[in-house]
Design a protein around this ligand. Sequence first.
Ligand code: A2H
Length: 253
Amino acid sequence: EGVLPQEYVLIKMKVIPPFPLKLKVLEGKNVYLAAATLRPETMYGQTNCWVLPDGKYGAFEVSDTDIFIVTARSALNLAYQNLSKVPEKPTCLAEISGNDLIGLPLKSPLSFNEIIYALPMHTILTDKGTGIVTSVPSDSPDDFMALQALVTKPALRAKYGVKDEWVLPFNIIPIISIPGFGDKSAEKVCADLKIKSQNDKEKLAEAKRMTYLKGFTDGVMIVGEYNGRKVQEAKPLIKKKLLEEGSAVLYSE
Ligand code: A2H
């Protein structure tokens, strides 16, 4: 926990109807899984969304028409940031467990994949962001290792009721080129550091540190509207566009 507040971009990942039983009460509304990210410029490369299987989430009213599925802790923060139908008071229309969200089809802004699915990640922290994370395995070591585990372990998919077609069609999409790291920097750094699993916390922290800084200072976009521009130039422009078109909001904690 830092002393200064951290500002995240919340990516509005729209739940595609028809809704499953647990979400039926929300039918007719715009329902989003709201994922907290520090890397809005990577949204082209989304392959899936992460939820904590044992996590407790709620469907909170952001306005008359819009619902965010997030943790209660973040909903309270949102309510104090003008992101609640009732100011300073989160209103929850349904309590939902992470398990209920697994397999939900989503449409997420900028993603080259038209539809992506909510999948289990057991390392999600409930005291950070919204408890919903979008997955960009090309550039995030955590996402790469978690997706790799699901891709290579049928038993892990079976444990969480994850269907093959929610995981296996989604190849890693190169979106940013970093000198010395190539265009799948997460895969390379996980291999270089010989990271074996998503539980390898120390090495993953090192992998994140290495790619995060290098990606920002030296990375170049190789897709999208700012193809060829440096990440540090493209990032604020992509962030601004997402906010202006209403497919993302700012969130601090
Ligand atoms: B980032 P910081 Cl491509 N639990 O977004 C675990 N991780 C969480 C989380 C939670 N509750 N909420 C957000 N995050 C992730 C993209 C990304 C991210 C890329 C590369 C690096 C990266 C796609 N996933 O983060 O502790 C989110 O993943 C590296 C730090 O507040 C969010 O940004 O610094 C980041 O961690 C926020 O972590």
